[in-house]
Design a protein around this ligand. Structure first.
Ligand SMILES: NC(=O)c1ccc[n+]([C@@H]2O[C@H](COP(=O)([O-])OP(=O)(O)OC[C@H]3O[C@@H](n4cnc5c(N)ncnc54)[C@H](OP(=O)(O)O)[C@@H]3O)[C@@H](O)[C@H]2O)c1
Length: 182
């Protein structure tokens, strides 16, 4: 198959949470500079892969190509709002070959089960934004391994990725970005 490049994207608190205990993204994890960076990255991508809840919660005004993970799919199916994929029914390599037969760049913005799944499939890069100084008590972790005490950095390092330089996206908190590469 032609080359497929997989990029993960998340904004996390100091305690590696992507959402609060109710499953919603708290205001402290919403940042304009991070959003602008993320949107520019999506513009460079050929497909966005996300969980059904994230798909339903985030409108798609630019009609970007999406792959929506859901147990309701029988494998990989074309629906009006995108491709719906069930990884229990069809492996990633076969699913992505249907969607991007000539290869391309894949953006993975989560949620947690989706981030976990792609740890196994293999990220080529992970764009980890941190709202520094922010703690989200009892929230949803970036990776399930973070719930057993591993930092996001340790999980990414264990997955064979290496960190780049810390960049400041927004000096006010600050909100910083580290891109991890294979
Ligand atoms: N801070 C961040 O960067 C960030 C990133 C992502 C999400 N979030 C936040 O996190 C919350 C949503 O995340 P979430 O983790 O609760 O939900 P989600 O990943 O958006 O959606 C979960 C749903 O996706 C489907 N799914 C996920 N993995 C699957 C798998 N391996 N096999 C089959 N289906 C699978 C299931 O759908 P079915 O029920 O149809 O089977 C599951 O119920 C939101 O508040 C969102 O804004 C934050």
């Amino acid at each position: 198959m032609s080359r497929v490049e997989i990029h993960g994207y998340a904004i996390v608190s100091d305690n590696d949470r992507i959402a609060d205990a109710t499953g919603h993204t708290p205001e402290v994890l919403r940042n304009d500079a991070d959003w602008a960076y993320f949107q520019a990255e999506l513009n460079r991508s050929d497909v966005t892969v996300l969980g059904r809840l994230g798909h339903e919660a985030n409108p798609n005004p630019r009609n970007r190509v999406r792959i929506v993970l859901s147990s309701s799919s029988q494998g990989i199916e074309r629906r009006v709002d995108g491709w719906w994929w069930n990884p229990q029914k069809l492996p990633w390599d076969e699913a992505i070959r249907r969607v991007l037969p000539h290869g391309g760049r894949v953006a993975v913005p989560g949620g947690r089960r989706v981030f976990d799944l792609f740890l196994g499939i293999g990220y080529d890069a992970f764009h980890l934004t941190r709202a520094e100084g922010v703690v989200v008590p009892d929230g949803i972790a970036l990776f399930s391994q973070c719930d057993s005490g591993k930092s996001a950095e340790t999980v990414l390092s264990d997955a064979g990725l290496k960190p780049g330089m810390r960049q400041v996206l927004d000096p006010s908190l600050p909100v910083s970005l580290v891109i991890w590469h294979r």
